[in-house]
Design a protein around this ligand. Structure first.
Ligand SMILES: Nc1ncnc2c1ncn2[C@@H]1O[C@H](COP(=O)(O)OP(=O)(O)OP(=O)(O)O)[C@@H](O)[C@H]1O
Length: 238
């Protein structure tokens, strides 16, 4: 189960950039779903919504209320960007870094680094400099580095963009294990098949607004709006 404490409510949230509304007004309750997928066309506001939830996007008006104080919520969250930022150091150092920030002891750090290197299939590459990894390996490292501190909430922005089927499957398996271990995941994807495989709840964004949202089974089987129906069919929706 996800920690019911780690839920969020957005009330009338609006994000404006250069006078243009890029998100909102959004009213949303994250609820208790373990896996929330945010979908929608390019520019719909998916990344902006994730950043608003994580508290790293300036909100022009409205409120984002986590059920714990903001700082506590932020500490319990991890965010993996669309193009993950790696330390220009080894796989080992990248995995150890978040634990060092938390003041984790050396033995415990070494143990968890070894475990996570195995989990992400990079145990033979611990001394490889991260910039030398392939795209899929970098994504897995970014995921391992986020999950090694056992966040209660993980935000993922298109973690499988440009990856082949095998890497995508490996990442999906890691995500499924993470949700079973109690991490709530909120993720964007352009891959409808992936959204169907993973999501419990879907948020469909269109032009910066939540156009439709609800349980995944209902959304995929019987989307309510013509725009969601068209989007799921692969039509161009604007
Ligand atoms: N700093 C900014 N200044 C101006 N416009 C911005 C800024 N950040 C985002 N936008 C605009 O906000 C809108 C939403 O962007 P966002 O990245 O959230 O969309 P998205 O749904 O994640 O898109 P994609 O699928 O292409 O990643 C876009 O029109 C984008 O151009």
């Amino acid at each position: 189960m996800v920690d019911p404490q780690m839920s969020a409510q957005l009330v009338d949230v609006v994000v404006k950039r250069r006078g243009k509304t890029v998100l909102g007004p959004v009213n949303l309750d994250l609820g208790a779903a373990r896996f929330t997928i945010v979908i929608g066309p390019n520019g719909a506001g998916k990344t902006t919504l994730l950043k608003v939830l994580h508290g790293v996007e300036r909100v022009s008006s409205g409120t984002v209320q986590w059920s714990v104080p903001d700082e506590q919520a932020r500490q319990a969250q991890a965010y993996v960007f669309q193009s993950p930022i790696m330390l220009r150091r080894s796989v080992r150092q990248n995995l150890a870094y978040p634990l060092e920030l938390l003041g984790t002891g050396k033995d415990e750090t070494a143990h968890r680094v070894a475990t996570w290197a195995r989990n992400i299939g990079l145990e033979d590459m611990l001394d490889t400099p991260a910039p030398r990894l392939s795209g899929g390996e970098k994504q897995k490292l970014a995921l391992g580095r986020a999950l090694i501190r056992q966040p209660k909430v993980l935000f993922l922005d298109e973690p499988c963009a440009n990856l082949d089927g095998r890497s995508t499957r490996e990442i999906e398996a890691l995500l499924t294990v993470a949700t079973k271990a109690g991490t709530r995941i909120v993720m964007t994807t352009h891959n409808i098949g992936q959204a169907m495989r993973l999501s419990e709840t879907v948020i469909f964004l269109l032009n910066g607004a939540v156009h439709e949202s609800g349980p995944a089974s209902e959304f995929f089987n019987a989307p309510c709006t013509p725009e969601a129906q068209a989007f799921l069919k692969g039509d161009i929706v604007e």
